[in-house]
Design a protein around this ligand. Sequence first.
Ligand SMILES: [Zn+2]
Length: 92
Amino acid sequence: MIMFGACPRCGGAVIDRARAMEDSPLCITCGWRRTDLSLEIRTEVEAHLGEKFIDNRYQHRLIGKGKAPLSGWERVKRQRELERQQLLRSTG
Ligand SMILES: [Zn+2]
């Protein structure tokens, strides 16, 4: 869906994409993105979209997994800890 004249920067045509809005420019003319929106407009948009998105996707995912996966650094630290313990054990 394209909204003509909806770009706040240049007044060009803006592609209304609810999903892939992070990397793709929404304004055809100047490349303006949704993230450039003023706080006022953004909160207005979130009032329409935000609740559903957050409730259904993010919270569901968090609850479903239960435990957050370890980050890369956490994994390295844990691995080093294991190796140190094995070393201590083998050397006595
Ligand atoms: Zn524009």
